[in-house]
Design a binder for this molecule. Sequence first.
Ligand code: PMP
Length: 452
Amino acid sequence: PDQTYAERTTESLAHMERAQAVMPGGMTANIKHFAPYPLAIKKANGCKLYDVDHNEYIDYLMGYGALALGHAHPYVCQSISRQIEEDGTWLFGTPHEKEVTMASRIQKHFPSMELLRYANSGTEANLLALRLAMAHTKKYKIAKFEGHYHGAIDKLLVSVHPTPTEAGIHQSPHSVSDSSGMSQEDVDNTVVLPFNDAESCARILEQHGNDVAAVIIEPMESGIIAPKPGFLQQLRKITNRLGIVLIFDEVKTAFRTSLAGVQGLYGVTPDLTTMGKVVGGGFPFGVVGGKREIMEQSSPLKGSDFFADGSQDHHEQKALFHSGTYNGHPLILAAGIATLDILESEFNALVTRTEWFKKELSALFQKYDIPMKTLGSGTMFSVLLTEREEISSYRDLQLCDHKSRVKLDKALFEAGIYTKPGNRYSLSVEHDEHALAQTLKAYEKVIPEVLL
Ligand code: PMP
């Protein structure tokens, strides 16, 4: 435990040097965990990760929240093996039974998803949702919220992490590009809204109402900041009035905030919902679903697509294009359905365990008189170092002491607790009392070292 990071991660450093020769920054995504180089992980088991130097960690990143059952849950393994052994393949390229089974399992929890389609990531699901909304309304601007992430989509990589100087005033946020390589046109055609401020949303949307196809929102901001009472209801009213499609991006929150997502908790019905992460059991997966009349635009029975027999159905309008070699991948559906099987019976107990853990963490910080707040519902939350009573938007989140939180995460990491610094904690059914108690012990050790 007294070894320094460099001493205990020599193999990770060696890995990084090899990786940098073949990938920009040595990584396959722009995510840097610890400076000066991230860990390379070799193995996992339950709620544990093991790096290439054989160090053990309790994993709270859980594949960015995707692994609600921990790593390689035996029931999911069985379901995947059965798919291959009994059905003889992992890819049909045709309609098949698991597509229907999964749809009805999702609809049981998300009745707003009257019809649905599969994709291969949250990003892809959101791309399809935007196209559906634009085709439905014949309008081409999109409105999104400052601080909300919806994947690597040019129209939506806008004002995800604007600096305070770029961002403008809260009531009228500017549209700020989050990446190089994006056209100014995409940025200009994205209208940015302030979360939890229905009045400003109404004013901004009225200004652009004739052009805006969709409002897309993380209904629980960053998966943790709750909508104020009435906010989602008001947004529903405004979008209805202006003929704008309301899209709930529940990629983070579906089967985490509650089994029925944020829409289930708050009783608001969006036009379209997108999800990913948990529902794919840790495999690449995305789902779009919602109102029948919007979803049906992508039915080949409605458009002018060619049928297999060479005949063509003549309609005025083309069907909305949606395709993908791997859409409805049997192996992924096998993993996802198995995940829901377990989660449906264990979710409530996991929420109770998460609540207990949050309370114990708060008590520890209180003991040392350090202002701390846990934010989030269900099986996912964040530890915020702040005295603020109310955290109601991205801007409030930025005012928390992020630097100390990252220092704390680094010390916790040295004590065997893993998450991306500053990120949310995602629990899994494998995080039992023992693992949580071990984590609390690590906190007890590092809080006085780092924060006092
Ligand atoms: N929407 C939200 C709310 C997300 O949190 C994420 C991923 N963190 C995405 C979309 C993109 O999903 P994916 O990484 O599967 O493309």
